[in-house]
Ligand binder design. Structure first.
Ligand SMILES: NC(=O)c1ccc[n+]([C@@H]2O[C@H](COP(=O)([O-])OP(=O)(O)OC[C@H]3O[C@@H](n4cnc5c(N)ncnc54)[C@H](O)[C@@H]3O)[C@@H](O)[C@H]2O)c1
Length: 319
């Protein structure tokens, strides 16, 4: 359990206005941790933090991690950093240069600010995209990293910077590679995820669109489990030092199963799924080995149906 053992008093969350970051902020506040949230709100939204924006333990800082001078002083007195800020433009191939700047240089700045102020633990949010085309299944943390996108490449550079800070400055860092995170507050646009996209379309009486035959498998992981993994790694600060963990539920859900589940949950089975051509570059199959993170006590609590239910409820009530 995390609650009574959480070892840090002050946390800094970059990208705290975004999807995963806002859930982290929420859970840290529940643990009575002082939280500094840095976000430039390029993708993040104040509404994600609406419920706790007046919380006396929360400081909201609008700043850009690509500007070192603007962020460095906010790291003073911080015990643990959860680095979530990201640019995902190249997921849609729109702005690879911004991904490079935010994800590689921005991560360097966040690491350097942490070093300057003697942060005790640094947890970096990475992605399964660093692996690229699977060479074997299940993919464990030793799997070769050959990202096929600019996004994955910039995120791999960020991982490497983390490890260099550990090696050169003895910084205590851990890397969590997330996969197909979903849940409330995830965007329904191109930068968001397939779960809210399908739910929104079906709520609007539009068919879910599947690229290919729908047999592609995803390891959907509920956002609260991702937060739990972050808090667990923070709680095991020393024996997780320098380690990389796959942070995936281990579920294997096809996109067609997802579409049918959403149609069923919303009582719209009369809508026919629309099929379009397979998108080149999309990875067909995910089978992720999560045994390493389980060895430090992680249990993925959330079943897929419950997670989808919560996401539907949130989207129905979204203003
Ligand atoms: N959501 C997923 O399925 C998924 C999968 C794999 C990895 N990840 C990783 O998880 C982390 C969080 O992703 P998310 O889904 O919550 O994304 P998100 O876009 O919802 O949140 C990212 C936040 O970073 C902020 N940001 C962007 N550029 C910034 C900058 N220059 N300075 C300060 N803030 C900036 C955005 O405004 C946003 O609030 C990322 O590191 C991402 O790579 C997410």
């Amino acid at each position: 359990m995390i609650d009574s053992h959480f070892p840090f008093k002050t946390a800094l969350v970059t990208g705290g206005g975004g999807f995963v970051g806002s859930h982290l902020v929420e859970e840290l506040l529940k643990l009575n941790v002082k939280v500094i949230c840095i976000d430039n709100f390029s993708a993040g939204k104040l509404i994600n933090l609406e419920e706790f924006k007046d919380h006396n333990l929360l400081s909201l800082v609008k700043a850009d991690i690509t500007n070192f001078d603007d962020i460095v002083n906010h790291f003073k007195g911080v015990d643990v950093v959860f680095h979530q800020a990201v640019s995902k433009n190249t997921v849609c191939m729109k702005n690879p240069r911004l991904d490079l700047k935010t994800n590689a240089e921005g991560t360097f700045n966040v690491l350097e600010a942490s070093r300057v102020h003697g942060v005790k633990k640094f947890i970096h949010a990475s992605t399964g995209s660093v692996y690229g085309e699977p060479k074997y299944f299940p993919e464990d943390e030793e799997h070769p990293t050959n990202p096929v996108s600019f996004y994955g490449t910039s995120k791999l550079a960020a991982e490497k910077y983390c490890l260099v800070f550990k090696n050169l400055f003895n910084m205590n860092v851990s890397i969590l590679r997330y996969f197909h995170v979903y849940g409330p507050r995830q965007e329904e646009n191109d930068y968001g995820g397939v779960v809210p996209i399908f739910i929104r379309r079906v709520l609007n009486n539009e068919p879910p669109i599947i690229y290919g035959d729908g047999s592609q498998i995803r390891s959907f992981t509920y956002v609260k489990d991702v937060v739990k993994a972050n808090l667990l790694v923070a709680s095991h600060a020393n024996n997780t030092n320098g380690e990389i963990y796959n942070c995936a539920s281990g579920l294997k859900i096809t996109i067609k199963e997802l579409a049918n589940l959403v149609l069923n949950k919303l009582n719209r089975e009369y809508i026919n799924i629309e099929y379009k051509d397979w998108k080149p570059g999309d990875i067909r199959h995910f089978d992720i080995d999560n045994s390493k993170i389980k060895k430090i006590g992680m249990h993925f609590d959330w079943g897929f149906k419950d997670g989808v239910d919560n996401t539907i409820t949130w989207l129905k009530n979204k203003k």
